[in-house]
Ligand binder design. Structure first.
Ligand code: SF4
Ligand code: SF4
Length: 103
């Protein structure tokens, strides 16, 4: 993908993103620096720390991308979470501990 194609794709994802309506985003009680946390050039929020519910599952991008995980704002993009699940299982500790160690 060219930088122009990435920018266009991000614009499309942002226009479909429903993060701002979810309990976790609202719990921040202010505008975050960015949304579309599932997008590879974005990733986890630097400000959101508490998980209060995730609505990614009903976002059109979620279905389009055939995502399987949630909480991209706290746990990182899909690929990172899949990698963490595999590594955590291999190392015998929890996925959440594994993700926190890798931040
Ligand atoms: S899947 Fe979640 S993070 Fe990604 S665009 Fe949709 S609501 Fe936003
Ligand atoms: S990634 Fe999920 S939990 Fe985080 S702000 Fe978006 S919808 Fe809410």
């Amino acid at each position: 993908m060219t930088p122009k194609q990435i920018a266009e794709r991000l614009k499309m994802v942002e226009s479909a993103c429903i993060c701002k309506g979810c309990p976790t985003y609202k719990n921040l009680e202010r505008e975050d620096d960015y949304i579309s946390y599932c997008f590879p050039t974005r990733g986890a929020s630097k400000n959101i720390t508490e998980e209060k519910g995730c609505t990614c599952g009903i976002c059109p991008i979620y279905g389009q991308m055939k995502f399987m995980n949630t909480y991209y704002c706290t746990r990182g993009i899909e690929m990172k979470q899949k990698e963490a699940i595999a590594e955590a299982a291999w190392n015998g500790h929890s996925v959440w501990d594994h993700l926190r160690r890798r931040r």
